[in-house]
Design a protein around this ligand. Structure first.
Ligand SMILES: Nc1ncnc2c1ncn2[C@@H]1O[C@H](COP(=O)(O)OP(=O)(O)OP(=O)(O)O)[C@@H](O)[C@H]1O
Ligand SMILES: [Mg+2]
Length: 382
């Protein structure tokens, strides 16, 4: 187990940031990737999902595409010395990635075309098989296998359940071998009409129109011809995620609900024997809030505000009210900061490396902001 971020990334070739929604997964992934590319001679890729427009722009890319693009060294430097390594950025485009996957696995170009042109294709890939989660893992596998990168930092999609993407490869394999799928296409596949499903298809034909069911069947028959390739691939993706090369970094805030979700997620990773390398708490209140002297001073402001205000030349009543407000707010924040610290300390039981990143004023939307964030991570020692 690593006790610093520098050590952690040195020993890993894939780092996956995951955790509850909106806590800073994308920002953290980009910050870590940029920092590694600055401080070491490694070839680093960050695979982002839906980065904020301003962050994408700041990376010097006018619209990150499915293809990997290099971040200009002078942009990556963020005002510091020339970077030792190189950074590439790619965004996950679900549709493009699915299309590429279909082309790769279809038995021939005509079958691929048939699937891609099927009116149900987009709908099915979008809804049926958790396509976003699966395709993220699939893309990771492809990039890792290419051998073009020493470190791939993977951002994960905001899923309803943070574990969805972990299960995606198996779920896809299950789907392809499911009875539902076989049952759906059976009547269209065999010349002898399947008696068991005849009543269903007759009724469905009436309600939905014969063409609709024919489209479904044609789509699934074509899709099923790729079964072997898909399942084999899903298993390979699963094996990679479970290997020593992959480390997970759980990102969360210290608010109660996300922290609880992060705790559950960390426990699940451990239960599944996946490498939990670090827990990052983002947007954390500063430690100074819990300093005993600071809190003492704040309490004095609340209790002795009037007395203190009498020493000021200003309107006494107004000054007393402001001092009281400042003191009360500080004490309230100190209370929240103490709770946050308690929650954070609990995580040392599940992971050796638990880091905090402060809440910055304003979004983290440029390389300088990312560098500030990574400094908090890489300077941290346990
Ligand atoms: N430490 C920080 N201080 C202030 N703002 C931050 C900090 N970290 C991230 N942000 C801002 O919070 C917002 C959400 O961050 P981000 O997009 O990285 O979250 P996410 O976990 O990827 O969200 P989603 O689950 O929707 O993908 C962004 O506007 C980002 O600039
Ligand atoms: Mg994100």
């Amino acid at each position: 187990m690593s006790t610093s971020f520098g050590e952690l990334v040195e020993g890993t070739s894939v780092l996956i940031t995951c955790g509850p929604g909106g806590v800073g997964k994308t920002t953290t992934a980009a910050a870590i990737a940029a920092e590694v590319a600055r401080r070491s001679d490694r070839r680093v890729l960050v695979l982002t999902i839906d980065p904020a427009r301003r962050l994408a722009d700041a990376l010097g890319l006018d619209g990150i595409g499915n293809d990997e693009r290099r971040v200009a060294p002078e942009v990556l430097a963020a005002g510091g010395p020339a970077p030792l390594g190189r950074l590439e950025v790619a965004m996950l485009d679900t549709k493009q990635s699915w299309d590429a996957l279909v082309r790769r696995h279809a038995q021939d170009a005509a079958t691929a075309q048939k699937i891609l042109e099927n009116p149900l294709y987009q709908n099915i890939t979008g809804r049926f098989i958790q396509s976003h989660d699966y395709i993220a893992m699939e893309r990771l596998y492809e990039l890792h296998r290419s051998g073009r990168y020493d470190l791939i930092v993977v951002d994960t999609p905001p899923t309803r359940n943070a574990l969805d993407f972990l299960d995606a490869p198996e779920r896809l394999a299950d789907f392809f071998s499911s009875r539902l799928l076989r049952w759906l296409i059976a009547p269209y596949r065999s010349k002898v009409f399947n008696l068991a499903s005849k009543p269903f298809t007759q009724v469905a034909d009436k309600i939905l129109g014969a063409q609709f069911l024919a489209d479904i069947a044609e789509f699934f028959i074509a899709l099923q011809s790729m079964y072997g390739g898909f399942v084999e691939r899903a298993q390979a993706v699963s094996a990679l995620v479970r290997s020593d090369e992959v480390t997970f970094c759980v990102v969360s805030s210290l608010e109660t609900t996300p922290a609880r979700e992060a705790e559950f997620f960390a426990a699940e990773l451990t239960k599944r024997h996946l490498n939990l390398g670090a827990v990052v708490f983002n947007k954390v209140l500063p430690d100074v809030l819990t300093h005993p002297d600071a809190e003492l001073a704040a309490r004095m402001l609340t209790s002795k505000g009037e007395e203190l205000a009498s020493n000021l030349d200003e309107d006494e009543k107004l000054a007393a009210r402001v001092l009281h407000e400042v003191g009360t707010s500080f004490v309230d924040f100190a209370q929240v900061a103490r709770t946050e610290r308690r929650i954070r300390q609990g995580f040392h039981l599940v992971c050796d490396l638990v880091c905090s990143v402060p809440y910055f004023d304003g979004d983290v939307a440029d390389l300088e902001g990312l560098a500030r964030l990574s400094k908090a991570l890489f300077d941290h020692e346990t």
